[in-house]
Design a binder for this molecule. Structure first.
Ligand SMILES: [Zn+2]
Ligand SMILES: [Zn+2]
Length: 269
């Protein structure tokens, strides 16, 4: 048996190339001969030495975990935006979101869309980065386990992408993150329950008033009977203005969902 420390550099780098091409399907096989590396920086996976043992199973090194969690400000429970240290209970919102109408009840997120976390979320849209999206999903779970469990979700639903997007965004990161949360929370994943029936222009290119209009009836719940009375956790990689999540929540509530919460890796400030 080859010990990982003795593996020729060339073989190790070829195996890593295979891993990045084939993603999760060959990961368990490659892990037998190659120690896992950090899914973000590629360094040797050293989380087992971490002081926080809950992070030991996440495929990220200590340095990257620290960078992703650098912003330690509290977040508004309703919209996910950072709030000051003296903010009171934000269950009903903060100064930013209280005047706004939103169809979901709460946002659970890892951090804000800045620095390394921003880079990671952008990278997750590429092919072959399922391990990174999965690792971010794991980190979100370990950091926010209490709140995620308190939702008592019956189903987890990723924000769908229109089929034409498979050409420009080959990796549907929301689906990978949702699938990881589904495993961790042991809540069924329903990735075909909601479909995006209309291709819409990129939200960031539109004015605020145009954004909700842009998404009007963009989502369709396929089996309304299966969602009636259910508590739903909607998962996406990023929350920009909240319009997409709001429109998803509207479609789910119209189909009879009792409660809709949103979990994302990052919120745009
Ligand atoms: Zn790293
Ligand atoms: Zn808020």
């Amino acid at each position: 048996m080859i010990e990982s420390g003795q593996m020729p550099t060339r073989l190790a780098s070829e195996l890593r190339a295979v891993r990045s091409l084939a993603g999760r399907f060959v990961d368990p096989l490659i892990d037998l001969v190659l120690p896992p590396v950090c899914a973000f920086c590629g360094d040797q996976h050293v989380a087992a030495d971490s002081a926080d043992t809950s992070h030991a199973s996440i495929r990220l090194c200590d340095g990257c975990i620290e960078a992703f969690l650098r912003d330690d400000r509290d977040a508004c429970r309703r919209c996910g935006q950072p709030v000051g240290p003296y903010s009171s209970d934000t269950t009903k919102g903060c100064v930013i979101c209280r005047p706004k109408r939103q169809r979901y009840k709460e946002v659970i997120r890892l951090g804000t869309y800045d620095d390394e976390l921003r880079d990671a979320v952008i990278r997750c849209k590429n092919r072959g980065v399922e391990p990174l999206a999965g690792a971010l999903g794991d980190l979100l779970f370990y950091e926010q386990a209490e709140r995620l469990q308190a939702i008592h979700a019956d189903v987890i639903v990723p924000v769908p992408q229109h089929w034409l997007h498979w050409f420009t965004r080959p990796h549907h990161s929301a689906l990978t993150i949702a699938s990881q949360l589904s495993k961790q929370l042991r809540v069924p994943l329903r990735d075909r329950l909601v479909s995006k029936v209309r291709r819409t222009p990129d939200q960031s290119s539109l004015h605020r008033s145009e954004r909700l209009k842009n998404l009007d009836r963009a989502f369709r719940v396929r089996a309304a009977k299966r969602i009636a009375g259910k508590r739903v956790l909607v998962v996406d990689d990023i929350l920009t203005t909240g319009s997409t999540a709001s429109e998803m929540a509207r479609a789910l509530r119209t189909a009879g969902a009792k409660y809709v919460a949103v979990a994302v890796i990052a919120v745009v400030r």
